[in-house]
Design a protein around this ligand. Structure first.
Ligand code: SF4
Length: 373
């Protein structure tokens, strides 16, 4: 059996303002204790390396919250360990999520100096009124300038997050957002439809969303623009120039392993053929005070592994091959298919001889995934 690739996820849990649609583990704060947080991250990394061994990371991802609030010097101790222990090298994809409302040239240059080589910029929209409805802290200009400043700082790999199906959005407005990304020469876009999640301000006070006809028109027209940019629709919400796919997300979708550091971060580690899930305490204050320090851990029931793997892998246009499925779960793919996916096969939602959605299955992915639950 090949070694299962391992990534590192680092959660930075603070934002300047909570967006009304956001159900992430993000907390409003003006001046969080970033240096204390940086120290807590290094403690947890060392403990995880001790428990799970020193496997070089295929990718590192700083997500949030708003990681671009964190001064580079407070991330330095973490990078020192990563470098000293040869856990990263120049080929490691290291991404940081950045909010255009926090743009700071000094931070961008500092992140590059640390070795961060990819930025994922949370633009969401280039339309002024959409940004206001979404409660974003930035305007259109901030996003454009951030892309320019990121390039000046030496970032060659940039992803833009763009939303569609937002309150009151027309398909023309969504097209305008994608065309703006095209004009900026972006080669990776996460283009996803807004959904109303529990525990959000929008859930308590729902806005009026575009109707089905508008959503369909938006999807169709948006797909054409993305195609005209030469981007391949490689995952349900991800589009990239071939070769520019996000290695970090690919590792999740192919059911690889990852360590999770920071408040509320999750991890997945395969230990002697069994999959261990780790979860850290959610609240940043508890995390900083080292209350319940150390992640909660539980082994995933073997019976659930196949479904968990496919919940990720079927999001990929290419799906997952039988040998890789077996490598990641230890299960017999044909037996799993007979036991759990007969209905999907009868409905023509899956390709033969691998776990890959057909065109129909791709269009009805939620239905396909529900069959696994
Ligand atoms: S900036 Fe991102 S993480 Fe923070 S509240 Fe808004 S959507 Fe959530």
């Amino acid at each position: 059996m090949n070694a299962i690739p391992r990534s590192l996820y680092v959660h930075i849990p603070w934002c300047l303002r909570k967006c009304p649609y956001c159900d992430f583990n993000s907390h409003e704060a003006k001046q969080p204790d970033f240096s204390g947080y940086g120290r807590a991250l290094t403690q947890d990394l060392l403990a995880d390396l001790n428990d799970f061994g020193k496997v070089p990371f295929r990718s590192v991802f700083f997500g949030g919250g708003t990681p671009s609030l964190m001064p580079p010097e407070d991330l330095q101790p973490l990078f020192q360990i990563l470098n000293e222990k040869n856990l990263i090298d120049r080929s490691t994809e290291i991404t940081l999520e950045a909010n255009p409302g926090t743009r700071d040239r000094g931070h961008l240059a500092g992140y590059r100096d640390l070795g961060i080589n990819r930025l994922s910029i949370g633009v969401q929209s280039f339309q002024k009124h959409t940004l206001e409805v979404l409660g974003r802290i930035h305007d259109t200009e901030d996003s454009i300038i951030m892309v320019e400043e990121a390039r000046t700082a030496g970032f060659k790999r940039i992803n833009l997050d763009l939303m569609h199906g937002t309150p009151g959005q027309t398909s023309q407005e969504s097209d305008a957002d994608l065309n703006k990304a095209k004009a900026l020469g972006i080669d990776h876009i996460s283009w996803y439809q807004m959904t109303i999640e529990k525990n959000t301000a929008f859930f308590s006070n729902p806005p009026i969303l575009p109707n089905e006809t508008t959503l369909e028109r938006t999807e169709l027209s948006g797909s054409r623009i993305l195609e005209s940019m030469g981007l391949v629709h490689y995952e349900i919400s991800a589009f990239a120039t071939p070769g520019e796919e996000a290695k970090h997300n690919m590792n999740y979708w192919e059911f690889g392993d990852y360590l999770g550091l920071g408040a509320g971060a999750h991890g997945k580690v395969t230990v002697s053929g069994e999959v261990l899930r780790t979860t850290r305490t959610r609240h940043p204050d508890h995390y900083l005070k080292r209350l319940n320090a150390g992640a909660q851990r539980h082994y995933v029931d073997k019976e659930l592994l196949g479904a968990e793997c496919l919940m990720n892998s079927l999001r990929l246009q290419q799906g997952i091959s039988y040998p890789l499925f077996t490598e990641r779960t230890g299960l017999d793919p044909e037996k799993f298919r007979r036991q759990h996916l007969m209905v999907a096969d009868d409905l023509g939602l899956l390709m033969p001889e691998k776990f890959q959605a057909t065109e129909l299955g791709w269009r009805h992915l939620n239905r396909l995934l529900e069959m696994l639950v």
